[in-house]
Write a protein that binds this ligand. Sequence first.
Ligand code: ATP
Ligand code: MG
Length: 423
Amino acid sequence: MKIVFGIDFGTTNSALSVYRNGAVEVIPVEEGEGPAELMRSVLYFSEDNEIYTGNEAISHYVCDEAAGRFMQSIKTFLPNTSFDSTEVFGKRYTIDDLVAIILKKLKKRGEAHVGHAVESVVLGRPVVFSTDPAKDAVAQQRLERAGRKAGFKNIWFQYEPVAAALAFEESLQPGQERIVFIGDFGGGTSDFSVIRVKGGAFDRSDRRSDVLSMGGVYVAGDKFDSQIMWDKIAVYFGRYARYQTMGKDEWVTFPRSIIYTLCQWHRIPLLRGRATREQIRVIKNNTDDRQALERLESIISDNYGFYLFQAIEKAKCELSHRERSIIDFTERDLHISQELSKEEFEAINGENFRKIEECIDEVIARSGIAPARMNTVFLTGGTSRIPHIRGLFAHRFGTEKLEERDAFTSVVHGLGSSVPLFI
Ligand SMILES: Nc1ncnc2c1ncn2[C@@H]1O[C@H](COP(=O)(O)OP(=O)(O)OP(=O)(O)O)[C@@H](O)[C@H]1O
Ligand SMILES: [Mg+2]
């Protein structure tokens, strides 16, 4: 009996499916808070070099008061060729070592579920890891290496939106055929495809001719969080602070590059370099907003960016079913209670939405099929819950064509359904 796993290693969440006897099952991989089918794609290294994943990583990070190293959005680093490895408490980890830790954990949970070792896996990948083909290839190679380090011998790749389409396909009646626009809006990327799906039994060994077009952009949930940070919260950390340079009377604005890095929370540790810290210290002594600069120093050294971004993300998610929400955050003498309306959220993300729209229109155009001739729009991924995203499709296709379900498990289910394409 052939058993193959499907693994959706996501920017925010990861999941595992089991393919056996022609059937696919998404299995529980996590305990504690949140849905059991999802494991947060995070790592925590404690000072004594224990490594934790998912909920365990989060609870250790919280209990240890961040004395160890916490990492998230690791997938984002895969195409980044200038980032190869990182040192944690004297040990060096390459990017594929880090990914392997998460894959290995999922593999173990899957093996415990089926009762024996499993050596084959279909891994999901976004349509575009990077627009630079060389970097894109590096990202997939790193993911493959991570799979091998996790103990898999046979590794295949499937595009995430194609996987979502295959999951959707299973809900069709025998004989039903549909042209579907798939939109998978996750934490790191928004991925699209136009694909022909069919219900019932047929030869599924080659589906290449059914995929009519694909595309993707690096604009998704994380980007929206960063944008909120930039427009609403960065002011607390010196975005509008001015300072006087040595021996001159004129006032200059605070360096944008530092604020920019601050807005991508997983990059905040990069600001710990000696030169940057010295630069901030000098500015602090010559600024009109010393308090903001002190907060900036403390977020860099005390690493509370994670909590701040959680507060931002929470407020963002609330706006999917409410008109306004509050970004509520307290850390020592910093109290933020910043209101954010849905309207404002949409306005500050105008450019991000435009990039998404451009990509959607390109994928539609390349498919050679007009929206009126497509039967269904299937939206999945956590970020598809944002009403404005749904609006983009309602506007182009009409609300009656929109289908949304299984925001967090369609891709992993479809990775399991992809197995017959490979074995
Ligand atoms: N109700 C909601 N409203 C808006 N955004 C949401 C909601 N629920 C979850 N999200 C966002 O969805 C994202 C996570 O979605 P998902 O698990 O599909 O991503 P992923 O698969 O890990 O990422 P990727 O596919 O890009 O690698 C996060 O950015 C999260 O903030
Ligand atoms: Mg995803």
